[in-house]
Design a protein around this ligand. Structure first.
Ligand SMILES: *[C@@H]1O[C@H](CO)[C@@H](O)[C@H](O)[C@H]1NC(C)=O
Ligand SMILES: *[C@@H]1O[C@H](CO)[C@@H](O)[C@H](O)[C@H]1NC(C)=O
Ligand SMILES: *[C@@H]1O[C@H](CO)[C@@H](O)[C@H](O)[C@H]1NC(C)=O
Ligand SMILES: *[C@@H]1O[C@H](CO)[C@@H](O)[C@H](O)[C@H]1NC(C)=O
Ligand SMILES: *[C@@H]1O[C@H](CO)[C@@H](O)[C@H](O)[C@H]1NC(C)=O
Ligand SMILES: *[C@@H]1O[C@H](CO)[C@@H](O)[C@H](O)[C@H]1NC(C)=O
Ligand SMILES: *[C@@H]1O[C@H](CO)[C@@H](O)[C@H](O)[C@H]1NC(C)=O
Ligand SMILES: *[C@@H]1O[C@H](CO)[C@@H](O)[C@H](O)[C@H]1NC(C)=O
Length: 567
């Protein structure tokens, strides 16, 4: 019932606007509980993309449900029990198969492998969670937790070696405020391959232990080194041990290419994916009755520097209980056309940092990552009265031949200690690059009630005003009918005046004539803090005719939407 309703709402939204993408989230949950392509596209991919994507996904998930609630009420659909943060629709049969017990990995199983997950459940605070896995000695681990408020926490976890088996380790975390987490991932890396596991956070709330079914090491056959052609694209073919008919997984495969652009000065790291760039194309075709070809094309402008191609296949058979998604696959090394380097000798590039980092409660992680040859050293420094001071509390979350990534987790409760200017510094002994970021602890925007609402209501003009204060300074927008409605200022069809009364205060006003007034009967003022990606949002509804039920003018809505998009 609820599921059908969501689809219905989505169809309405699709018809209205560009929210197709957002809507496909709940509507795309197919019958076997797998989420489809669009959902995946929202997922985190790599170091460079992951901040953007993870926070975006997290924010969007929340927005979808809020948006639907508003849509529901706008369309007077009852009942609408779309709770905030409820990102997935239950379509799996309630009796899930019991996880198959597994034995220790044999030689034939992949070197990197998640074996067991254990959680103490949400009744313990902080919640202890641990993953037992098999790996080579040079591996790294990373836990990523996204909170509903937009915050992100990353940690390497605490690692313990098995006393009997030298290839087996356990990584544990203690998750503060488990109930506020919307998504959680565990990642395992070495130089040759990676595992990306997404937990089902609902299941993590229940005390339990689960064995994880090993990925089939034979699923993908692909060579792991290539030399880029000197003047053309690089085509790579992998063989998937699956009939093309069944092999609809292509939509889920995680493929991305990471390289260092040495034509730029200083060199810049770039990352391309099949859906965000035409630099990388992915396609699949039938090969035999039981196998398929997977073809990856890397365009010459990108592949010419060499780099690392990450391929991770989805493993549906492993999905049960606490495992919501499991990806596993190789790092493919692409040598530059001279055949010498995956990453050019004596180069260094730093992953871009946002100008401003906002600390969402209870804590937020600052990332410092670089790529180069030789592998750079990275450190996080803080500007103090005595100069730059190294922050020792960093943890290494990725360390391979070319990449080094550290995180520093900052506590929102310690505002004075936490705030300030930080620098991510990368060095290879010969060159050094610094990337600065300004760290601010979030003070959520508060609307000024006296200046938020209809401030003038006469026969010739209605003035709508919205004022809010917060840190960082809120960015205000007036949106038609609902929080996701089109921005009136961007459409240019209405004159919205902005003023910034003080460092932490913003105000906007809109004057409408009696002609427009019946159509612009309700406006949402939304406040965002932290830029478009790591955005913290709040909003408030302004009714021109309080207490009166007014029909929305969808024709106007879509016109404003179109005009806003064109900007
Ligand atoms: C996560 O677990 C809950 C509770 O067992 C279940 O209802 C839900 O469908 C699961 N979500 C996914 C995406 O598998
Ligand atoms: C891998 O490389 C070998 C030798 O270079 C080649 O014969 C083989 O066809 C390649 N396999 C695939 C799947 O590309
Ligand atoms: C790579 O594949 C594309 C089609 O996907 C083809 O047009 C192109 O010629 C191929 N390039 C090489 C060097 O084989
Ligand atoms: C590499 O950098 C140069 C110079 O900034 C730029 O023109 C080019 O587009 C970049 N290439 C890639 C693949 O990013
Ligand atoms: C492959 O499938 C076709 C059509 O389904 C069938 O006629 C053929 O015998 C199959 N070949 C093998 C080797 O299974
Ligand atoms: C890379 O550069 C270092 C010195 O900068 C040199 O010693 C080394 O031989 C170079 N490696 C290759 C493969 O050219
Ligand atoms: C140090 O870097 C410069 C370029 O920044 C390069 O010309 C020089 O060869 C490097 N020295 C060594 C020892 O690698
Ligand atoms: C504005 O004026 C109209 C008509 O006079 C009235 O119905 C409405 O309630 C007023 N709105 C506010 C917010 O005072």
């Amino acid at each position: 019932m609820e599921y059908r309703q969501n689809i219905l709402i989505c169809i309405v939204l699709v018809a209205l606007s560009q929210f197709r993408f957002i809507c496909s989230q709940p509507a795309d949950v197919s019958n076997d509980g797998q989420t489809t392509g669009n959902d995946l596209r929202m997922m985190l991919k790599t170091v460079l993309e992951q901040n953007r994507r993870l926070t975006l996904q997290n924010n969007r998930l929340q927005k979808v449900w809020l948006g639907m609630q508003q849509m529901c009420s706008a369309l007077s659909m009852q009942p609408c029990n779309c709770e905030q943060g409820q990102g997935q629709t239950q379509t799996i049969p309630t009796s899930l198969p019991l996880p198959t017990p597994t034995t220790l990995p044999k030689k034939t199983t992949p070197p990197l492998r998640v074996m067991t997950i254990e959680t103490e459940g949400a009744n313990m605070s902080p919640t202890p969670i641990s993953v037992t896995y098999a790996a080579t000695p040079d591996h790294t681990t990373e836990w990523i937790a996204l909170r509903r408020n937009g915050g992100m926490w990353r940690t390497a976890g605490k690692r313990v070696k098995d006393i009997f088996d030298p290839t087996v380790y356990t990584s544990s975390v203690e998750v503060p405020q488990m109930a506020t987490i919307s998504s959680m991932y565990f990642r395992l890396y070495n130089d040759d391959e990676s595992v990306n596991l997404r937990f089902n956070v609902t299941e993590l709330d229940k005390k339990q232990t689960q064995d994880v079914i090993a990925p089939d090491a034979e699923l993908l056959k692909i060579n792991t080194t290539f030399v880029a052609p000197s003047d053309s694209d690089l085509n790579i073919t992998g063989i998937v041990n699956r009939n093309a008919h069944e092999f609809d997984e292509l939509a889920f495969v995680e493929v991305f290419f990471t390289g260092l652009n040495t034509s730029a000065s200083p060199p810049t790291i770039f990352e391309v994916m099949n859906f965000n760039s035409d630099g990388l194309a992915l396609s699949g075709e039938r090969r035999t009755n039981t196998t398929s070809n997977m073809q990856i094309s890397l365009r010459h402008p990108y592949v010419q520097y060499g780099g690392i191609l990450t391929v991770r296949m989805p493993y549906r058979n492993s999905i049960t209980g606490m495992v919501e998604e499991l990806f596993y696959g190789p790092f493919i090394k692409i040598y530059s056309p001279d055949g010498k380097y995956v990453v050019q000798n004596n180069t260094i590039g730093i992953f871009p940092l946002p100008r401003q980092t906002i600390i969402f409660p209870p804590m937020q992680s600052v990332i410092c990552a670089a790529m180069g040859n030789p592998r750079p050293e990275v450190q996080v420094l803080k500007m103090t009265s005595g100069g730059l001071k190294e922050q020792k509390e960093t943890e290494t979350v990725i360390l391979d031949s070319y990449m080094n990534m550290k995180v520093l987790s900052l506590n929102a409760a310690l505002q004075k200690k936490t705030e300030g200017r930080y620098v991510c510094r990368a060095t290879n002994g010969n060159q050094t690059i610094d990337a600065p970021t300004e760290v601010t602890v979030l003070e959520p925007a508060v609307f000024d009630e006296r200046k938020t609402g209809v401030t003038k209501n006469s026969s010739d003009v209605v003035v709508i005003s919205c004022k809010a204060r917060g840190k960082p300074k809120p960015m205000l927008q007036l949106r038609l009918y609902d929080e996701y409605g089109p921005d009136l200022a961007k459409s240019g069809m209405f004159q919205v005046w902005r003023s910034d009364p003080s460092k932490f205060t913003s105000r906007i006003t809109l004057s409408i004539s009696p002609v427009d007034e019946p159509d612009i009967h309700s406006v949402f003022c939304t406040s965002t803090q932290g830029g478009p990606n790591a955005a913290f949002e709040r909003s408030t509804l302004i009714n021109v005719f309080p207490g009166m039920e007014k029909e929305n003018n969808w024709e106007l809505y879509s016109r404003v939407q179109k005009a806003a998009q064109a900007v």
